[in-house]
Ligand binder design. Structure first.
Ligand SMILES: Cc1cc2nc3c(=O)[nH]c(=O)nc-3n(C[C@H](O)[C@H](O)[C@H](O)COP(=O)(O)OP(=O)(O)OC[C@H]3O[C@@H](n4cnc5c(N)ncnc54)[C@H](O)[C@@H]3O)c2cc1C
Length: 318
């Protein structure tokens, strides 16, 4: 098996990984990005990216990601398709295992995102990015004046449903249990004029056609019969987003919520290893936040590898 060496090995080619690669390449650090698939990360499946500063609101997440990746490549990043299945962070050189070869980095960046959530419902995977979403803050505005369904009773579901009441004409809130009476946020949501609560109900299927989601089928325990609702969007919050960390064992420390633990410079508990973007399980999962993490880590890595006393920036105040 061939072995490749670099100053910086980045696992994951989403906005976090690509931004980090852009900065480290520009700092003349030999940088390799290993990316499982440029079409399956959170940004890649984002239908329209309306809130990334400076880009047209017509742009798809995939198009924005292509721009980011190409920019990093232009500055020298060695981008490769490869699925990482193991790492070894002991010692000065960090080792990354893939079926395409072994990669050794003087520093290692973990940027595999948080798309580790399995689909819970029939139709969910088929219509992901075409009406199925996990982010009301990101996609809510696309459903102005339209009907949507929110599935789930956890805190995230309640907060996201509340966001959707600002846009949607009707929010069908589907929960398998009754929310707790002492849950003030749930009770407030139920009081919203645009919310129809389907309690003790089971989502059976998300339906749609070539244009995307057209409706959902559900069965409520009370009526004990199937019902169809016409909706244009379905926001699913069953299991929370799950950082993709299966390939790293216990070689870095994790937070209670499963995100990788980092300090202010995105450094993990293992020297020479950084973690950026959604893999940290931050409360605000946004492309601009992931990109910002990438920039911070890159500058910290530059300082780490060059033992600089201060972080070098591209600009200087005059
Ligand atoms: C449906 C949806 C809509 C969204 N809409 C918006 C929006 O409008 N605006 C906004 O700012 N944010 C939006 N977000 C959030 C935003 O997309 C994420 O916060 C951002 O993409 C996180 O970047 P990342 O680089 O950490 O992870 P990702 O973008 O998920 O990229 C991770 C990369 O790692 C790769 N990878 C995974 N496992 C491995 C492995 N084992 N080996 C090698 N590579 C691997 C993947 O192939 C992928 O390319 C949305 C998210 C979703 C799911």
């Amino acid at each position: 098996m061939e072995t490749f060496e670099a100053d910086v090995v980045i696992v994951g080619g989403g906005p976090a990984g690509c931004t980090c690669a852009l900065y480290t390449s520009r700092a003349d650090l030999k940088t390799i990005v290993l990316d499982k698939n440029p079409a399956v990360g959170a940004l890649a499946i984002t239908h329209q990216i309306a809130n990334y500063p400076g880009v047209s609101n017509e742009m798809s997440g995939q198009a924005l990601l292509d721009l980011m990746r190409n920019q990093a490549i232009e500055y020298g990043t060695d981008y490769r398709r490869a699925q990482v299945f193991g790492i070894d962070v002991n010692g000065e050189w960090k080792t990354v295992h893939t079926p395409e070869g072994t990669f050794k980095g003087r520093s290692l960046v973990l940027a595999t995102g948080a798309m580790g959530r399995p689909a819970s419902f029939k139709g969910e995977a088929d219509f992901l990015g075409r009406g199925v979403s996990y982010c009301a803050t990101c996609d809510g505005a696309f459903y102005r004046g339209r009907e949507v369904a929110v599935v789930g009773v956890n805190k995230e579901a309640i907060e996201e449903a509340q966001v959707l009441t600002k846009f949607a004409s009707k929010v069908h809130w589907i929960t398998s249990n009754d929310p707790k009476p002492e849950d003030m946020h749930a009770q407030a949501l139920k009081q919203e004029a645009s919310v129809k609560h389907w309690s003790r109900a089971r989502l059976l299927e998300i339906e749609g056609n070539d244009s995307g989601v057209t409706g959902v089928k559900l069965k409520s325990r009370e009526l004990d019969q199937e019902q169809s609702l016409n909706v244009d969007g379905v926001f699913v919050y069953m299991s929370g987003s799950k950082p993709i960390t299966d390939f790293m064992g216990d070689q870095v420390a994790f937070k209670e919520d499963g995100g990788v633990l980092v300090d202010d410079f995105m450094a993990t508990t293992s020297e020479g290893v950084w973690a950026i973007g959604d893999i940290r399980n931050t409360p605000f999962k946004q492309a601009v936040v992931a990109a910002s993490d990438g920039c911070i880590a890159a500058m910290a890595i530059d300082r780490f590898l060059n033992s600089r006393k201060s972080i070098r920036v591209d600009w200087v105040h005059s």
